[in-house]
Design a protein around this ligand. Structure first.
Ligand code: 13P
Length: 254
């Protein structure tokens, strides 16, 4: 089955509002000839730039995502952002469980699960990130870790919800290191994820769900990754911060 590819840019803690406006204008320019029927393009700016980026994306096919959120609608949670707030500024998607959230900010499979439920309650499509560290890979724990992240993260979601969400496999050792997983290494895990979904959730969900690869995706390696049967796109960090390289990734990934 052919799934529609998605190329998503996770800007992390980069881009002031002014820089974000320039970047998104550049991305719109770079991708103006790309048929939106062939690929979904998404950007995830930092919170402070969401509004400005949203205004520029209005009426364009480029999708907007938050990089994280709290699971409550509102309350005394200093420093947090709620799903309602993301919706209000025009987000359709939200990244949940990025390894940097897990590593530095205490995100667990349990909080990931709460956030996934909250995203669905508010009509946001979650992009759930899973992936192993170098230590875990070397100890042959890759599949155990991924399975645990999926099982605990997706707990209690309906098959319909799982079918509509997006997954991202991001091996931690490949993030920001310039060290991409080879297409074969990534495909091995993507195939494992799809098999797990087939067995634990539903055959249709397993077929329909898009699984993006993230970790040092660049214009030079996107083509090889996209030839793999179970890789449906990329979640791009560093190379999404320049309109030119992000545009190249979109075009070469087609
Ligand atoms: P890099 O592309 O900079 O390795 O980051 C990947 C990532 O974490 C995207 O979410």
């Amino acid at each position: 089955m052919k799934r529609k590819p998605m190329i998503a840019g996770n800007w992390k803690m980069h881009m002031t509002t002014k820089e974000a406006r320039d970047l998104v204008s550049g991305i719109l320019q770079q991708t103006k000839d790309v048929d939106p029927g062939n690929v979904d393009i998404l950007v995830a700016p930092p919170y402070t730039a969401l509004m400005a980026v949203s205004e520029l994306l209005n009426g364009t096919p480029i999708l907007l995502a938050g990089q994280n959120m709290h699971w409550e609608e509102k309350g005394a949670f200093t420093g947090e952002i709620s799903p309602v707030m993301l919706k209000e500024v025009g987000c359709s998607h939200v990244i949940i469980g990025h390894s940097e959230r897990r590593q530095y900010f205490g995100e667990t499979n349990e909080t990931v699960n709460k956030k996934l439920h909250a995203a669905f309650s508010h009509g946001l499509t979650p992009i759930l990130c899973v992936g192993e560290s170098l230590e875990q890979r070397e100890a042959n724990q890759t599949f155990t870790i991924i399975e645990e992240e999926l099982k605990e993260g997706l707990n209690g979601l309906t098959t319909k919800q799982v079918r509509s969400m997006i997954l991202a496999y991001e091996p931690i050792w490949a993030i920001g290191t310039g060290k991409t997983a080879s297409p074969e290494q990534a495909e091995e895990v993507h195939a494992f994820i799809r098999k797990w979904l087939r067995e634990q959730v539903e055959k249709e969900a397993a077929e329909e769900i898009r699984i993006l690869y993230g970790g040092s995706v660049k214009p030079e390696n996107i083509e090889g990754l996209m030839t793999m049967e179970n890789i449906d796109g990329g979640l791009v960090g560093g190379a999404s911060l320049k309109a030119d390289s992000f545009g190249q990734i979109v075009k070469r990934g087609l």
